[in-house]
Design a protein around this ligand. Sequence first.
Ligand SMILES: Cc1ncc(C[n+]2csc(CCOP(=O)(O)OP(=O)(O)O)c2C)c(N)n1
Ligand SMILES: [Mg+2]
Length: 601
Amino acid sequence: MGTVRLTVGQAIVRFMAEQYVERDGVQNRFIAGVWGIFGHGNVAGLGQALEELGDECAMPYYRPQNEQAQVHLASAYAKHKNRLQTFACMSSIGPGATNMITGAAQATVNRLPVLLFPSDYFANRLPDPVLQQVEQLLSSLPEAFRVLTDPAATGAVTISLPEDVQSEVYDWPERFFERRVWHVGRPLPEAGPLAEVAALVRAAKKPLIVAGGGAIYAGAEAALDAFATTFGVPVSESQAGKGVLPWNHPMNVGPIGANGGLAANRLARDADLVISIGSRLGDFVTASKTQFQNEDATFVGINVNGFDANKLRAVPLVADAREALTALTAALTAAGHPGTDQAYRERIAALKAEWDARVDFHRTPNGETADLAQPEVIGIVNDAVGGHATVVCAAGSLPGDLLKLWRPEDSKAYHLEYGYSCMGYEIPAGIGIKMAEPGREVVVAIGDGTYLMLNSEIVTAVAEGVKITVVVFDNHGYQCIKDLAWNVGIPQFGNELRFREASTGRLTGGYIPVDFAKHAEAMGAIGVTARTEQEIRDAIAAARTADRMTVIHVHVSPDKRAPGYEGWWDVPPAEVSTSETVKAARARYEQAVALQREELA
Ligand SMILES: Cc1ncc(C[n+]2csc(CCOP(=O)(O)OP(=O)(O)O)c2C)c(N)n1
Ligand SMILES: [Mg+2]
């Protein structure tokens, strides 16, 4: 067997170009390209390799403005591609590498594959044998791809590349660079647990499905529709699962949990069987374990990841969502299961109608506030872009309002990063999604506070000709945290964007005016300020025909967001305080905590 003389950097580029994935008989390249910011740690190594081999290996290089942002972008790309393709991300040594940590955590929490190459300090300190580093690459690089393409184990995979090692040469076995196709598995449910789950469904009077992101990554939309429709089982949605059924599907009862709607939350409260499908069952979904109040309820966890499948003391069905649902439908059909009774189906329809009317109400401008309210702007934007544009968001009060109010008509029309809820994900993610599916309209919904934290990828979008629309909801600061502070008894403190005032010594002065449209223009985007319904509609229409990306600055009322609908989130107020509001908050908290089902561990 021959060898090829290449540097470590060159070998990595050659290797990545030959890694493919296959699912359901369809193959594609796994790494679409490499994002990275150069420094002394990587310019001569991976940088040189990409410059020399990038075209030959069809491995394009992209330049972000921030290392954290590139990881967000890559993970959003992977999410939109149902984890079947991603980018590699590289950085120089030190701050570039540590900047990627937040992105890595976000990708891993959300179970999204990204391949990270932070540069590392010199490896050739004696007596460390340099050759050993190279040998490690022969095993670590394939192992990285095995993990990346495994639906249960996937997340951020990191290979640190010492600066000196990247430029070192080695005679690589030629076979290392042969095409390798990684099969993306669809684990089948085992017969025993499947029969057990089928029996539970047959016995249930009030079953409820909780659909998570895994249902979408598995492409289980049609299988879920068939199961829910055939057996009259309502489907509630998490942030990652929203859109798996169109919002107006008769069995889609909307969002569940802390930010849920009244239909799903009431059904969840009483359900006697809760089937989670591809959900991490985070605290927002379970309302910190208060959402399921039927003491006799049984739980089923359908998940490729055993850790998630077993949550809530569930009967675990460790399997691919599509395969599990298909098998379950077949088993129940064979058993002649008639599904839920007429009374339950009528209750589902009535609750859904009531919830849909609430959503209409919140979305419709009513002139109650000087500036439009956030829910109204969501309605206006959604009506303007339709149900097939992808809305993107991650942090602030917008995720809760979007979960309740946005109306996706397909499973790629709603893209929320709510595993890590990382401020700064939004704009890079918008770019990643648009790159994953250039034909789709992408609208980024972002709070003013989040925009101020990480907006520099606007320059990247302009450079790459990636046309997305960013809607900045300007409510003068971190209003969701102000709400939260209020709920735990603390008056406004440190969350709004205000001047420091001499008389108080605190940030209690007037609002700091920030012109987001001008800011965006300064980075090469089109900037528009829109205050009315018509101005927002016009701005979105203009953005569609514009030659580059648009940022729409919308002033929204600082005080009005969608209300809660019988959900709860565990945020403990101080146990001791001299403040009456804190004491009152603690008393309320202790009442709420009594509803927590700690046995559901
Ligand atoms: C990187 C990061 N830092 C801090 C937080 C905590 N946090 C969540 S939302 C939020 C405020 C967001 O403000 P804005 O984007 O203006 O949205 P609003 O609350 O006004 O809707 C903060 C500080 C976070 N989620 N991510
Ligand atoms: Mg804000």
